[in-house]
Design a protein around this ligand. Structure first.
Ligand SMILES: Nc1ncnc2c1ncn2[C@@H]1O[C@H](COP(=O)(O)OP(=O)(O)OP(=O)(O)O)[C@@H](O)[C@H]1O
Length: 284
């Protein structure tokens, strides 16, 4: 662990682990405030692989998009011989994936909208700053307080504007959420995040993913077919406005697919879409 990091922060318990990073709670020695520190093993960044490039992009992408109320904010970075340490906001109240599991099914539209609107403002902000997140999924939507979320994990991001810009290409992301054009092998743009957000919204409203398979290959086949269905059993009680928005986000034709800004202006987002009355299902 970096001596400078330990000088500035007291490192506490492990709170999460990903493919490349271990995340610890830490406390600032000067202010007493709590943060999260993600320690990335630099040996995994050796070589030219796409994963290696992404790991080094995370602090740059975070710096470009910070601050924003619905994005995990970068506070400091430290480096030692073996690790890169990224200090960010602490989001101690679990994530959207855990909430979906705890609910065991669909969210009422009003609750889905409240979370989804925060996610979309974060994604729209990233796009304005020239950053494509490329791994939007419920696991990366963290709760920092009751019903307030922050999008985390820019470890797969691409910076597509400014001095450090590079074209976005390569298969990056998580099978259920990945956009069809990511699988095509060509360069792609920021609307890959809109597709992933559409999958997140579908799962919140239905309780299951729109493009399903038993294996990654089967999921990719379903994503490439992009055959969007709204089974009546579940979607019979979902408003036409919500289904219209999903069609515009989960649209295989990138030119017709909405931008993040257009999603934020859709009637379902601005509260004009009809919806059935329902009780809040937040259960933890
Ligand atoms: N700011 C934070 N506050 C609280 N918990 C966090 C924070 N950042 C990450 N975590 C926890 O740590 C876990 C791993 O973090 P993260 O996803 O950033 O690591 P990763 O190595 O990039 O993972 P991945 O395998 O998704 O690429 C998360 O699933 C989450 O539970």
């Amino acid at each position: 662990m970096s001596a400078a990091l330990k000088r500035d922060y007291q490192i506490c318990e492990e709170i999460g682990r990903g493919r490349f990073g271990t995340v610890f709670k830490c406390v600032s020695r000067s202010t007493g405030d709590s943060f999260a520190v993600k320690s990335i093993d630099k040996s995994l960044t050796a070589g030219d692989s796409l994963d290696a490039q992404c790991l080094l992009t995370e602090p740059k992408a975070l710096a470009l998009v910070s601050p924003h109320p619905h994005l995990v904010q970068l506070h400091a970075t430290y480096e030692d011989d073996s690790h890169l340490h990224i200090v960010t906001d602490l989001c101690p109240n679990s994530d959207l994936h855990a909430l979906i599991l705890a609910n065991g099914g669909a969210f009422p539209e009003r609750e889905a909208r409240s979370i989804f609107a925060q996610l979309m403002t974060a994604v729209s902000h990233c796009h304005r700053k020239g950053v494509i997140h490329r791994d939007v999924k419920p696991d990366n939507v963290l709760f920092d307080s009751w019903n307030s979320v922050r999008l985390a994990d820019l470890g797969s991001a691409a910076v597509v504007a400014g001095a450090e810009a590079a074209a976005a290409a390569g298969v990056v992301g998580t099978p259920y959420y990945v956009a069809p054009e990511v699988l095509s092998g060509w360069e792609y743009g920021e609307k890959v995040d809109v597709w992933s957000c559409g999958v997140v919204l579908y799962i919140m409203l239905a309780g299951f993913p729109p493009f399903y398979g038993e294996t990654a290959v089967e999921i990719f086949d379903a994503v490439l077919r992009a055959n969007l269905r709204f089974p009546t059993r579940v979607f019979g009680s979902v408003s036409p406005a919500a289904k219209d928005l999903l069609r515009r986000m989960l649209c295989k034709d990138v030119y017709r697919r909405f931008s993040a800004e257009q999603v934020l202006r859709h009637p379902w987002m601005t509260g004009g879409g009809e919806e059935p009355e329902s009780e809040s299902m937040r259960s933890f």
